[in-house]
Design a protein around this ligand. Structure first.
Ligand code: ITT
Length: 192
């Protein structure tokens, strides 16, 4: 089975993508290759950061690999937190503080519409490919549910009244930004 490196230190992402991708490829993460160096994410865009992560690691390990960058874009906040989603409330990357700050910043806003955007950058046999997935929805008034990770407790996808954190992993995987981007990645892998 072909080995494909998923450039992430977020074990939740690995778990989600492994469920979607199945045993089509042997997916390994940064932990599996003992990667301990911080990878810069400094381009200012989600797509740019995805490529930056892929380039940084590919230059060292030289194996087929992909990275993924995700941002939550809130329309009433001009697309924030966007590329800063992980560090919205500071470099300590606390999911709780990030959600608290977002709810506070939306306190007097009528429009709570938002979207998660995932961009995957794949380095495959010396070529770079991009896959993008978007999940539209809105920000809840309060946290709801405990499943998932990150901002899941405050994101309600379109056509649902439950947050991502109240859905089962299987339900989230049918409609999520990441699942849509991964579906395109899988389609591509089927063609090579
Ligand atoms: P890597 O860069 O190592 O992949 P990370 O957790 O730093 O992991 P991102 O920069 O893509 O990943 O994270 C952006 C933020 O968005 C971070 O706060 C995540 O918790 C959050 N996030 C990403 N995917 C999410 C999802 O499906 N549901 C809720 N929050 C999510």
């Amino acid at each position: 089975m072909e080995k494909l490196l998923f450039i992430t230190s977020n074990q939740n992402k690995i778990k989600e993508i492994k469920t979607i991708i199945g045993d089509r490829v042997d997916l390994v993460g940064l932990k599996d290759i003992d990667w301990n160096t911080e990878i810069p994410e400094t381009t200012g865009t989600i797509k740019g950061n995805a490529l930056q992560k892929a380039d940084t690691v590919f230059d060292v390990v030289g194996m087929n690999c992909f990275s993924e960058d995700t941002g939550l874009e809130v329309f009433a906040l001009d697309g924030a937190p966007g590329v800063d989603t992980a560090i919205y409330a500071g470099d300590h990357r606390s999911n709780q503080d990030n959600m608290d700050l977002l709810l506070k910043n939306l306190e007097n806003k009528k429009d709570r519409s938002a979207q998660f955007k995932t961009v995957i950058a794949l380095k495959y046999n010396d070529q770079t490919h991009y896959f993008e997935g978007i999940a539209k929805g809105h920000i809840a008034d309060n946290q709801m549910g405990t499943k998932g990770f990150g901002y899941d407790p405050i994101f309600i996808p379109d056509n649902f009244s439950l947050s991502f954190a109240q859905l089962t992993p299987q339900e989230k995987n049918q409609i999520s930004h990441r699942a849509k981007a991964v579906a395109q990645l899988i389609d591509f892998l089927k063609t090579v």
